[in-house]
Structure formats: C-alpha cells, structure tokens
Write a protein that binds this ligand. Structure first.
Ligand code: LHQ
Length: 258
C-alpha cells in the first residue's frame, strides 16, 4: 500500500491504493509509518518525498471501512490517536526535510497530511478539499492548526466550514503550499528539489525546520534564545566547516549531512 524507494539519499514514499484515490486504511497507515521510521533511523536517508500513485494524492480516511450500519458506536478519537496524530508528529519531528508532491486531489486528512510536510509542490490540476464538514467532522491531522497558521482565521474557517475545493494555484498564492507546477513537471521538479535537499547540510536543515516550527509557540525573545542555542550547534557541525571552506576556496561544498 506504500511504495518505498531510495535514490541519492532521497526516500520516496508513494501512497499506493490508486483505485481508492489512496484513501487511508489501517494497513496503509502502518506502511507509511514504517517508511517514516526508516527515514528517521537511516543516516544515509537525508530527505523524504511523499506522493501518491495514480490520479489522486490522497482522499483521506477510507470511508468504506466506516459504514454506520456496521460501526454503531464509532470512536474516531481512537483512530486519530492511533494513526493520524502519530503520522503528523513523525513528519514534523523528523530532523530531515520532507517534500510533498501533491499529484492530484488531496481531500480530508489527505490535504492536511500534505500541508504538514515541509515543502509542498502541487500539480496545477490538483485540488485541496477540507472535506470533513461534508460528513459532520472537523479538520484533523493538524488541519485546524496548520490552516490557521498558514492562512489566518478568515480563510481557515471558510475552507473548513464550506469544504470548497481550493486550486493549487490559489493554494500557492495564499501561502498554503510552496508552488503549483505544470502536471507534467511535478515529479521531475519534486525529485530535483528532494535530491538537492538530500545533498544538503542535513544537520543544519533539521535545525532550521525545528526553529521555524517552534516559532508558533514562542515570543520573539524566546525565539532569539532558541536561535542562539541552535546556531551554536550548527556552528559545530562538519558541514558548517565544509560550507565556509568551500566558500573561501570558491568551489561547491560537499556536505556529509553531519
Ligand atoms: C474513496 C474515498 C474515501 C473510500 C474516494 N474512502 N473510497 C479520521 C478519523 C476517522 C474517520 C473518518 O475520517 C477521518 C479523517 C478524514 O479524512 S474524513 C474525510 C474523508 N474523505 C472524504 O470525505 C473524501 C471523500 N471523497 C471525495 O469526496 C471524492 O472522492 C474526491 C473529491 C476526493 C474525488 O472525487 P472524484 O475525482 O470525483 O473521484 P471519485 O469520487 O469518483 O472517487 C474515485 C474512487 O475512489 C471511487 O470509487 P469507485 O469504486 O466508485 O470508483 C470512490 O468511492 C473512491 N474514494 N475517496 N475517502
């Protein structure tokens, strides 16, 4: 249910239930979790690319498993606690960049998993749909936080309350994602970006991610202190020394990721 491929330090994770628009069942959750765990454990993996097989990126929870005639006392909190929350925490805490290539529709949890990634590219034909309100639910997978952080309350509330589809172009114009790209270019652009990040100073990139994410809960004073502490650590990395040496020698740096 998830295709896992490694090339040039970039781990590509492809959601692979294309006949269901890559909707999540428990098996796909566990496979994706194993993929991100692998990215965390292996030092030769230096960036992750998340995408979907077929015409969709991800349609959120597989509702085929949720027939109310069979599931009479549903506890969605348990599904969230067991599957969606751990996934979002894995993506956000991974000390390596995660690129998301949204190849088609991203609906429900699928949309919010995409925007939890560090850099999001989307095919021009892709759409983001906060589908939850159509079935009486609320945005999960961090959506109520990410939408409010990235877009502000006005757009966050309207998207969540109406479930209106947002085009990739508008998502980029509004700052929900990094870029909308031509459909035919999506995978080559995402691979190129992922491989460039994978050849980067991984330790420092991980600290950048950590610092920017921490800013949401910090005052400027706290953030200045955090920058001092993280910069101290960055300055002791092998890649900092290599970066400065390469600059002085007027050559391209060769980063080891440490
Ligand atoms: C699907 C799905 C799907 C099953 C398309 N499930 N089959 C958390 C905790 C616990 C429970 C509940 O949920 C959550 C979080 C959530 O994610 S809630 C939100 C769940 N997702 C949705 O409500 C989206 C449902 N899907 C759609 O609205 C449409 O399929 C979209 C707008 C994504 C795409 O529309 P189309 O491009 O017109 O494609 P389609 O609707 O024809 O779908 C293609 C096939 O995929 C179709 O199967 P079929 O056998 O008829 O060809 C759909 O039934 C299936 N599919 N989403 N979530």
């Amino acid at each position: 249910t998830v295709k896992i491929e490694l090339a040039d330090g970039l781990l590509r994770l492809t959601l692979n239930r294309p006949d269901k628009l890559n909707a999540f069942n428990d098996e796909m959750h566990l496979a994706l979790r194993a993929g991100f765990q692998h990215a965390h454990d292996e030092s030769d993996i230096r960036a992750v690319l998340l995408t979907g097989a077929g015409r969709g990126f991800c349609a959120g929870q597989d509702l085929g498993d949720r027939d109310p005639r069979k599931e009479t006392a549903p506890d969605l909190g348990r599904t969230i606690e067991s599957f969606y929350n751990p996934l979002i925490r894995q993506i956000r805490s991974l000390d390596k960049p995660v690129v998301c290539a949204v190849n088609g529709v991203a609906a429900g949890a699928g949309a919010n998993i995409a925007i939890a990634c560090d850099i999001v590219l989307a095919a021009r034909s892709a759409k983001f749909i906060q589908a939850f309100s159509k079935i009486g639910l609320i945005p999960d997978s961090g959506g109520t936080w990410s939408l409010a952080q990235l877009l502000g309350e006005a757009r966050a509330k309207a998207l969540a309350l109406t479930a209106e589809p947002l085009t990739a172009e508008t998502a980029a114009a509004w700052g929900l994602i990094w870029r909308a790209v031509d459909d035919a270019e999506l995978m080559s652009e995402a691979e190129a970006l992922g491989k460039k990040l994978a050849a980067g100073p991984t330790f420092g990139l991980g600290l950048i991610k950590q610092a920017i994410q921490a800013s949401a809960g910090n005052t400027l004073d706290q953030q200045l202190d955090l920058e001092r502490d993280l910069q101290r650590r960055a300055g002791r990395s092998a890649d900092y020394a290599e970066g400065v040496l390469a600059f002085l020698d007027k050559r391209q740096p060769k980063f080891s990721g440490r």
